[in-house]
Design a binder for this molecule. Structure first.
Ligand code: PMP
Length: 407
């Protein structure tokens, strides 16, 4: 059996896209055709260590045999039924996600943006049902990224993403994560929810401080506002923890997840407390694809690995090694001004555009990603090994020497 990608040359792939695909992405100039574990291969047969994992999605590595077997098995039986009917897997997946998160119910959708969107709607519905119909405002953070639908875009800070699409949702305000007092001032009895990423991903891999988390808890206690944690990037094991909000001492009422959940098959979810769930009625929200059999089977396979504990222990172990090696690297390269992150979610703040390093690393066999202009972001699969980390560090070392000079 052949695929189109195998029959087209890299040049043909690029030309066809240039002509027919909406030009939204500045793609790296390679065509990826195959993967295995932490590695991918391009159409010329060149291999790369993948420290993007599809922006934090391929949590179990590429072409994971166990995951592939589960997907193939389900594809032969029943892929999709819609939410008109029961199927055996949504309830099981919801139960396991509740066990993992300590929350009570799950709504399934297809992406991180949709998960955030659902959380925003559920927060408004919560106050509406309780008769506080004017309580509609959201307090979000500078540097936040929550997605690109109108709701999630409305609480995404970057003017570059927002400006062309106004007017956005009314009632969103932004506070700086370095300023707990600003949060205290912004949250009132008109705030429906505070929305935050426990570690800001696209904003440059920035964990929230303990002081800020304490201010969130205090504001929630004072006003009764809901707290929404967007764990689309930081959740589901990437930090060595199932979720990062509890590590900060936060107790969110709603949690958005996506990315790693299906380990490559699109699925997202909004997890919530019972008191929120009780305010929502049939028909309030929904999705045709959301939580279909194929996506739930993939997610069950992944979530079982998280519940088993050994994957989290692995991330904690290799994450500590990763941090050590990154700090050594930073000490050798004056262009690195800060090492941030947890587990296998890491960012290096640079004095030069991070794309310089990304572009220098790619021909040397490493895929990484630049975010917030000057942050080199590294998101390998959760299954990455210490020797693969060492290999990546070696490439970054060389790439940094060529991209920014060396001490
Ligand atoms: N929230 C966060 C924290 C994210 O990092 C992202 C994606 N980078 C999203 C939401 C949006 O997810 P998706 O692209 O799957 O819609």
């Amino acid at each position: 059996m052949t695929t189109m990608t195998e029959t087209l040359t890299a040049e043909q792939v690029k030309q066809t896209e240039a002509k027919h695909v909406l030009q939204l992405y500045r793609r790296a100039p390679i065509v990826l055709v195959r993967g295995e574990g932490a590695r991918v291969w391009d159409s010329d047969g060149k291999s790369y260590l993948d420290f993007t994992s599809g922006v934090g999605v391929a949590a179990l590595g590429h072409a994971n045999p166990g995951l592939a077997a589960v997907i193939a098995d389900q594809a032969r039986v029943l892929v999709h039924t819609s939410n008109l009917f029961f199927h055996p897997f949504q309830g099981q997946l919801a139960e396991k996600l509740c066990r993992l998160s300590g929350l009570d119910r799950a709504f399934f959708c297809n992406s991180g943006t949709e998960a955030v969107e659902a959380c925003l709607k559920f927060a408004r519905r919560y106050w509406f049902t309780r008769g506080e119909t004017s309580r509609t405002q959201f307090v979000a953070l500078s540097r936040a990224f929550h997605g690109r639908t109108f709701g999630s875009l409305s609480i995404t800070a970057d003017p570059h993403y927002r400006e062309p699409f106004g007017p956005l949702l009314a009632g969103a305000t932004f506070v700086d994560a370095a300023d707990p007092a600003a949060l205290a001032a912004a949250v009132t009895d008109q705030t429906a929810a505070i929305v935050l990423e426990p570690i800001q991903g696209e904003g440059g891999v920035r964990p929230l401080s303990a002081a800020f988390a304490a201010a969130v808890n205090e504001a929630a206690r004072r006003t009764g506002t809901l707290v929404i944690a967007d764990e689309v990037q930081s959740g589901l094991g990437r930090t060595g923890h199932a979720f990062y909000a509890p590590v900060l001492g936060l107790e969110p009422d709603l949690v958005a997840i996506g990315k790693a959940l299906g380990a490559g098959i699109p699925i997202g979810a909004a997890l919530m407390r019972e008191r929120v769930a009780q305010t929502i009625s049939p028909g309030d929200h929904g999705s045709t694809y959301g939580g279909n059999l194929l996506a739930c089977r993939a997610a069950l396979y992944f979530v079982d690995q998280l519940l088993d504990g050994s994957l989290l222990a692995h991330v904690t172990r290799v994450g500590a090694h990763f941090e050590l090696r990154l700090r050594e690297l930073a000490a050798r390269h004056p262009i690195v001004t800060e090492v941030r992150g947890q587990g296998v979610m890491r960012g290096l703040e640079l004095t030069v555009p991070a794309s310089n390093v990304v572009d220098a690393a790619r021909p040397l066999g490493l895929l990484a990603n630049a975010t917030a202009k000057t942050v080199l972001r590294l998101l390998p699969p959760l299954t990455v090994t210490e020797s693969e980390i060492d290999e990546a560090i070696g490439v970054i070392d060389t790439a940094m020497a060529s991209a920014g000079g060396r001490s």
